[in-house]
Every structure is written in structure tokens, then in C-alpha cells.
Design a protein around this ligand. Structure first.
Ligand code: ATP
Ligand code: MG
Length: 204
């Protein structure tokens, strides 16, 4: 029996992919809201290896991003973190993420979670059509990005879900950390401390 008191014949698993450089409260609220609305049993956070749309940008080493994701999700019994993208060599493509999670959970119904900005680009992703055969897609609202930009999506393949608006981005958190501005309450406390302890995002 699920948290909402329903019976499901198959486990229902969300997949929250991201660079998580660093993970912030916008990611966590998105995962929590989708978990509640879709009555999920688990949400697997999957930090990317080499993100394909950020090949020209510097990205923090994957073990730091992985550990911050573990720290941020540790207190939620439904949240787990997977290394599939980090451990797969080369550039990360979502189709590979989905296939790896599918292989680990052959019976599960899968729900891939994205923000409104990412979903607008989804049809450019490798094997976009195939992805929809492996998982449902849920696009959550994100301040600054309109859901209308996702108009070219195939009909009925992507659900839109309005969630509480948190105007937080990892880019802004990195800028703040670099200039010494506070990042408290934008990211979980443990992540604030991890950033400080390891001197992440400092400009030396
Ligand atoms: P960056 O600024 O480095 O791109 P980001 O804040 O966009 O970081 P990502 O790791 O790129 O974070 O995003 C992972 C996923 O989370 C994407 O699908 C993105 O759309 C979604 N997302 C990120 N921030 C929010 C937010 N504040 N509200 C809703 N969804 C979000
Ligand atoms: Mg982003």
C-alpha cells in the first residue's frame, strides 16, 4: 500500500536527472511534488556524468556532485541516488539513464522528472522517441521558463505539473558561493557546509 493508501501492482519509481552542481531546494521540491502527485514509491536522483548540453562549460567533479546529492537526499526515506550516469563512460544521454534504471527495475513504472526549461529541449535529445516508450515524462513548472515553450512535444507523452515556484538555479548558487554571498536556505544545510569545507566554486 502506498503513502496515499492506493494499491499498485507495479512499483512506481521517479527518476530525477540533473547535473546537480550543486543540488538545490528547487530540485528537491520538484522531486517531492511529483512523488506526492504520482504516488511514487521512490525517487532516484541521477547525477549526470558528462552532461551533453554543457560540454563547453566547466562542471564540478562528479564525486563532489554525487556526494552533495547523497547529503541532500539522505533524510528522505523515498529518495535514493544512483551512480549509473557517473559510472558509464562518456557523455550522458537520458536514453541510457532510462535503460540502465529499467534494467535494475524491470517491473517498475518509471516517471522521468524534468523542469520546464529542460523539457523544451527534449526532442533534441538522443533517441527522443524511444525515451517515451521506457518512461512517462513529467515536466514541472520553473520560474522564468514558460510551459508554452514545450509546444512541440508529442501529444500525450509529457505531463505538465505546476509546483511551488522556487527561483533557484545551480548557476546562481555557484555565483553566490564564488562571490561570498550566502547560499543558506537555497540548498540544504549539509550542502552549504560541503561547499565551504571543500572550497567549491571559489575563484582563486
Ligand atoms: P544550472 O544552472 O547549472 O543549469 P539547474 O539549476 O538548472 O543548474 P540542473 O541540474 O541543470 O539544475 O537541473 C536538473 C533538473 O532540475 C532539470 O530538469 C531542471 O529543469 C530542473 N530544475 C532545476 N531547478 C529547478 C527549479 N528551481 N524548479 C523546477 N525545476 C528545476
Ligand atoms: Mg540547468
Amino acid at each position: 500500500r502506498s503513502a496515499r493508501g492506493n494499491w499498485h501492482t507495479r512499483p512506481r519509481i521517479g527518476i530525477m536527472g540533473g547535473t546537480f552542481d550543486p543540488i538545490h531546494n528547487g530540485h528537491l521540491v520538484a522531486a517531492s511534488e511529483v512523488s506526492w502527485v504520482y504516488d511514487l514509491d521512490e525517487v532516484i536522483f541521477v547525477p549526470t556524468g558528462r552532461p551533453v548540453f554543457k560540454l563547453d562549460k566547466q562542471v564540478t567533479n562528479e564525486e563532489d556532485r554525487y556526494l552533495m546529492t547523497v547529503i541532500a537526499t539522505a533524510s528522505n526515506p523515498k529518495f535514493t541516488v544512483s551512480r549509473v550516469d557517473i559510472d558509464r563512460p562518456g557523455v550522458t544521454y537520458t536514453i541510457d539513464t532510462l535503460r540502465d534504471i529499467r534494467a535494475l527495475h524491470p517491473q517498475a513504472e518509471l516517471f522521468f522528472i524534468t523542469g520546464a526549461d529542460a523539457v523544451a529541449e527534449i526532442m533534441q535529445w538522443k533517441d527522443a522517441e524511444r525515451m517515451f516508450d521506457v518512461a512517462h515524462f513529467v515536466a514541472v513548472t520553473r520560474p522564468g521558463y514558460s510551459a508554452a515553450s514545450a509546444h512541440n512535444l508529442p501529444k500525450g507523452r509529457v505531463d505538465m505539473l505546476e509546483i511551488p515556484a522556487l527561483a533557484i538555479s545551480s548557476t546562481d548558487v555557484r555565483h553566490r558561493a564564488a562571490t561570498g554571498e550566502p547560499v543558506w536556505y537555497l540548498v540544504p544545510d549539509g550542502v552549504v557546509q560541503y561547499i565551504g569545507k571543500h572550497g567549491l566554486y571559489r575563484q582563486d
